[in-house]
Design a protein around this ligand. Structure first.
Ligand code: SF4
Ligand code: SF4
Length: 182
């Protein structure tokens, strides 16, 4: 009983249960996920440590980490894991709950970018870089940061003025509805 109560954070954010928890329990800490993770050098907790903390029910430690916002959802860890453990399947639901409950560090630049990125994808069915940058700058007030980089990207045709809506935009919207993301 004590262990199940430890699986919920002070903000009510829940760690995985059921089938996903069983999969996480198979982790034998080989570290292959962390060895292949492209952002591991920037992380305060490595992917295999996040998995271990989840198994131990340490929701608060995961929520307080920088790593939860640094994971790129590239799935390299899942491809390398001998037990098929994919770290984003652990982190994504936690990030989602943190936004829904405004719990933890959801206002700093990385979570803010995550938030506006998802809104942008929901809006256009794909990313429209210019409006993504605009939304992010408005949220963070960093209007003049990276101007030079932005101009270079624009000159190279990486930033389009007019959005290109994805043909499957309504399907993407449905996916957001099903996941109850705002
Ligand atoms: S690769 Fe898989 S089994 Fe190995 S530490 Fe990472 S999650 Fe655990
Ligand atoms: S999905 Fe996240 S944790 Fe896994 S390898 Fe990519 S960045 Fe690292």
């Amino acid at each position: 009983m004590q262990e199940s109560s430890m699986r919920v954070s002070a903000g009510g954010v829940k760690l995985p249960s059921g089938e996903l928890a069983s999969i996480l329990n198979q982790c034998f800490q080989c570290g292959k996920c962390s060895a292949g993770c492209p952002v591991a050098p920037e992380m305060d907790l490595l992917p295999h440590q996040l998995v271990r903390l989840a198994v131990l029910g340490r929701a608060e430690t995961i929520i307080a980490s920088k790593s939860i916002w640094l994971c790129l959802t590239c799935h390299t860890c899942g491809a390398r894991c001998p037990n098929g453990i994919d770290v984003p399947t652990l982190l994504d639901p936690i990030r989602h709950q943190m936004f829904q409950q405004s719990y933890g560090d959801t206002k700093s630049p990385v979570p803010m970018f995550h938030n506006v990125f998802m809104k942008n994808v929901r809006m256009f069915g794909r990313v429209h870089e210019l409006s993504l940058i605009g939304m992010y700058k408005m949220k963070t007030g960093t209007y003049f940061d990276d101007m030079e980089l932005g101009m270079q990207m624009f000159k190279k045709g990486k930033i389009h003025l007019i959005p290109h809506w994805a043909a499957s935009r309504s399907e993407v919207k449905d996916l957001f509805k099903k996941s109850s993301m705002k």
